[in-house]
Design a protein around this ligand. Structure first.
Ligand SMILES: O=C(O)CCC(=O)C(=O)O
Length: 349
């Protein structure tokens, strides 16, 4: 369970071998990013310019969603300065302040998805759970009633204002993307947003300290996100990979871009026409890496099922309806293992 150990402490101790809990079984170990035979380049992760004509944007989104479930957006309207300031501020929280001060914001032990400073994502107490080489800070940002800024770092001083401003910008962008994604399937623009209802938004800053044995570890294990859509920014270090046709594509950082990752509820609502993106983060030996993911999810009580307008006799539902909170509980207790919780909802068609 969530103890006081943070990966950064291990990394800073100068160990030459990672503790055994962080060693992945051979089949899950990363392929070296430099090995171009097995790790394809990110040219396959398209960058979609949102300032182009809507018709061409919708066509590009349709292709990207069908091919990969992941794409960059550029000219997205989110101020570059805000993205840079937030990245700098999050990095400063992890790098510039004493551990004892940071631990005042520690996540609650034994509780899934509690906000705060943590390291261990799953609530499973099984000893065989392999740990991620990652520390994080998770914020509950929307609806406003979930916000408890006293739980957000008071240092560096600008941190809390930046998270609040960034939350607003991400909400607007997520709404715009849901409209475009719905239209790319011939649905009315509000279709996906209507299915999700009020957004539950979390912002998670992930910090991956240098790792002495990157070939044995993962910064974040293979998973698809359980909600509806994730908007991710990263620094220039790189380490994110998305799965395509059984191979890991490295998503090289694209300055000022925002990466869009389709998540499980969008796969259900689109009846599998669009798949959620399976992704993982790898570590490296020399440089800490930072990413900031903004998750947009339904409320726990919302029941998600394939959109009626996509169903017909020749296109029956492929997923059983699910109450979102049940999907979340299953994800946190069993672990993601790629997409096993979503696959469990697949119907025989
Ligand atoms: O660090 C990354 O690039 C991935 C983060 C991520 O997948 C997550 O927070 O769920």
């Amino acid at each position: 369970m969530e103890g006081a150990v943070r990966v950064q402490i291990l990394s800073q101790a100068g160990i030459s071998e990672v503790p055994s809990q962080y060693i992945q079984p051979p089949e899950n170990r990363p392929t070296p990013v430099t090995n171009t035979k097995t790790s394809l380049s990110c040219d396959n992760v398209p960058a979609i310019d949102l300032s182009h004509k809507e018709k061409s944007v919708i066509a590009a989104i349709q292709e990207a969603c069908q091919e990969l479930g992941a794409f960059h957006v550029i000219n997205h309207g989110v101020p570059t300065k805000l993205m840079d300031d937030l990245r700098r501020s999050c990095l400063s929280f992890f790098n510039d302040f004493p551990m004892e001060d940071k631990l005042k914001y520690a996540c609650q032990p034994n509780s899934a998805a509690s906000q705060g400073y943590g390291s261990r994502m799953l609530v499973s107490s099984e000893n065989d759970t392999v740990l991620d080489w990652r520390d994080y800070f998770d914020h509950h940002t929307l609806p406003l009633s979930r916000r408890n800024p006293s739980f957000w770092p008071h240092f560096p001083p600008e941190y809390r204002g930046l998270v609040a401003d960034y939350s607003d910008e991400m909400k607007v962008l997520a709404q715009r993307l849901f409209g475009l994604i719905s239209q790319s399937l011939g649905l009315k623009a509000s279709c996906i947003e209507d299915a999700i209802g009020e957004f539950y938004q979390n912002i998670t800053a992930s910090y991956y300290p240098p790792c002495p044995q990157p070939e044995l570890t993962l910064g974040l294990q293979s998973h698809s996100d359980m909600g509806a859509i994730t908007l991710l920014i990263q620094d220039d270090v790189g380490g994110l990979q998305v799965l395509k046709d059984g191979k890991w594509l490295t998503v090289h950082p694209l300055p000022n871009a925002i990466l869009v990752l389709l998540a499980d509820q969008t796969e259900i609502i689109t009846n599998g026409k669009y798949r959620s993106s399976v992704h993982q983060a790898v570590t490296n030996a020399s440089k800490a890496r930072l990413s900031i993911a903004t998750f947009h999810d339904p409320a726990k009580a919302v029941r998600i099922s394939p959109a009626a307008d996509l169903l017909s006799e020749s296109s029956p539902p492929r997923y059983a309806p699910v109450v979102y909170g049940d999907h979340v509980s299953s994800w946190y207790s069993k672990g993601p293992e790629g997409k096993r919780n979503l696959d469990a909802l697949l119907l025989d068609t």
